[in-house]
Design a protein around this ligand. Structure first.
Ligand SMILES: [Zn+2]
Ligand SMILES: [Zn+2]
Length: 303
């Protein structure tokens, strides 16, 4: 198997995550996901594809092999990884440390401890062939633009984070691997007044590679560096004067660099609405730093 092509290789779908596609390939070939990848990628340590965060880690040699086995261009495989955001979202995306703006999976062997992979039950339900989207791993992508609902990051029945490589009694990955709940049939509230402008604009900045920071056009890297700093001022430094009506955090706040992993989609949504409100207008930002008595030397600290 190691030198053979995939017998069946369903095409990737729009913005599909590499891990989502590879699990679908294994299922199409009627083999359990880990056995399938162990058979096809013998030069890699057993099970390692699923013990790591494949969508960030995927090394060149694995990309080459996936391209050969599926007859897809290597670029198309690479575009399914989160590494494809390198140079636009962050300078480096290698998975050696936490990548800001990408929700971490909290890998513990095969099991994912954090709810780093979010999903919209209505998208999964409406898909002809259900799949997981790249943008569902982004920290600011907190709600579904199509269905106007907050994304979920765990099974609502047993609270387990999703682990795509594992399955419940041979069912596909739209069922919780732990309790078997059908993730497509979750009752979710669609909120008409769910403000989506921050998500829409931040996705544009990411896709275009540039954005409007305090009235100036800057490269997206600089934009996201500054947005990260604004989030830190709002959340970690608790500077919330002037924007307090926008934010919604449960106390106690998590005082660690990975604080975003602990926020609910709703809380994170309000954080990004607030930081987007500041980055998009010089006057909003000026009023904010004056009200909170933030000096220039702190604004660019640790960027
Ligand atoms: Zn949706
Ligand atoms: Zn469950």
């Amino acid at each position: 198997m190691n030198d053979k092509e995939f017998v069946i290789h369903p095409p990737p779908q729009h913005n599909e995550l590499l891990s989502s596609w590879l699990v679908r390939v294994a299922r199409a070939n009627d083999v359990a996901t880990t056995s399938f990848t162990n058979m096809h990628f013998k030069e890699f340590q057993k099970n390692i594809l699923w013990q790591r965060d494949l969508d960030i880690w995927c090394p060149e040699s694995l990309l080459d092999k996936l391209a050969n086995k599926s007859h897809l261009p290597k670029q198309q495989i690479f575009d399914m990884t989160l590494k494809s955001y390198e140079g636009k979202l962050r300078r480096k995306i290698h998975g050696k440390n936490r990548t800001h703006f990408i929700q971490s999976l909290g890998n513990y062997a095969h099991i994912k401890r954090n709810g780093g992979l979010r999903f919209c039950p209505l998208c999964l339900a409406n898909d002809l062939i259900p799949y997981f989207r790249k943008e569902w791993r982004l920290s600011f992508y907190t709600a579904c633009l199509e269905h106007k609902c907050f994304l979920l990051n765990r099974c609502p029945n047993c609270n387990s984070p999703l682990t795509l490589s594992k399955s419940y009694q041979e069912k596909d990955f739209t069922f919780c691997y732990k309790c078997g709940m059908d993730l497509k049939k979750i009752n979710i509230i669609q909120e008409k007044d769910c403000k989506l402008e921050a998500i829409i604009v931040l996705m544009k900045v990411l896709n275009n590679g540039w954005g409007n920071k305090l009235g100036q056009t800057v490269q997206s890297i600089e934009y996201f560096d500054f947005l990260k700093q604004l989030n830190k001022m709002i959340y970690l430094w608790e500077n919330t004067e002037e924007i307090s009506e926008k934010i919604l955090f449960s106390k106690p706040l998590i005082k660690s660099a990975g604080y975003e992993d602990f926020l609910s989609s709703r809380e994170q949504h309000s954080l990004y609405l607030a930081s987007y409100h500041l980055i998009s207008s010089t006057s909003n930002f000026q009023q904010y730093i004056q009200k909170n008595k933030i000096y220039d030397c702190y604004i660019y600290k640790d960027i």
